[in-house]
Design a protein around this ligand. Structure first.
Ligand SMILES: [Zn+2]
Length: 213
């Protein structure tokens, strides 16, 4: 379900951190992004910490390392943006009921293979899961995102990935009857209802004018 938390005004509504990463750019549905919440590597760390991909201690550690290695930090930032772009293409296709491009799935496959070399299996409540808590690499936030994206593709619920009817945000529709249309009822949902109301009123006025004329 939706959480009320937001990062620098961006609502966190994806229901999956991979989709939350896509939602760091605003704009209308089907249009090019209008802005970007992530402007440098420090933003990536702040965002990743906010959505729970890394801990506050990891954020501090990675910030220190980024200060020491600015060129590497910039490369990690560029990679985060490129990853966001191809993941957007994959999930945008999925949300439209289309097959993602083969090359982009292969890229995800390669990235996952790299991510797993940085992670390790840890015991978790009788099972095991991947953890990157020990990884010192500047790509650390990205490994978790890539793994979340790959798991969404392989384990689902990929059939519940949707794009907002109004903006370019994507989310996992967890509603019982799969009826969620908007990223957020408070933003796009209200806006959409307002547009329909205005359209209905002007249509009604037009038909009154037509009748009286
Ligand atoms: Zn929206």
């Amino acid at each position: 379900m939706e959480t009320p938390t937001s990062f620098r005004g961006q609502r966190i509504v994806g229901g999956n951190v991979a989709l939350d990463l896509l939602n760091t750019q605003n704009g209308a549905a089907g249009a090019e992004p209008e802005d970007d919440v992530l402007t440098d590597y420090r933003d990536v760390l702040a965002w990743a910490s906010h959505v729970g991909v890394i801990t506050a201690a990891e954020e501090r550690r990675l910030r220190r390392r980024a200060r020491e290695e600015p060129a590497n930090a910039d490369a990690a930032f560029q990679r985060a943006r490129e990853t966001r772009a191809y993941l957007y293409d994959i999930f945008d296709a999925v949300a439209q009921g289309k097959a993602p491009a083969r090359a982009e799935l292969q890229r995800l496959q390669r990235d996952e293979a790299e991510a797993l070399t940085h992670g390790r299996l840890v015991a978790d409540d009788g099972q095991y899961r991947w953890s990157w808590a020990d990884d010192r690499d500047l790509g650390r936030p990205l490994w978790s995102i890539i793994h979340a994206a790959l798991t969404l593709v392989t384990d689902g619920p990929i059939d519940r990935v949707k794009g907002c009817a109004s903006c370019r945000f994507m989310f996992v529709d967890e509603s019982k009857n799969r009826s969620r249309r908007w990223c957020s009822m408070d933003d796009c949902g209200t806006e959409d209802k307002m547009h329909k109301y205005v359209a209905r009123r002007s249509a009604a006025r037009a038909s009154r004018v037509a009748r009286s004329g």
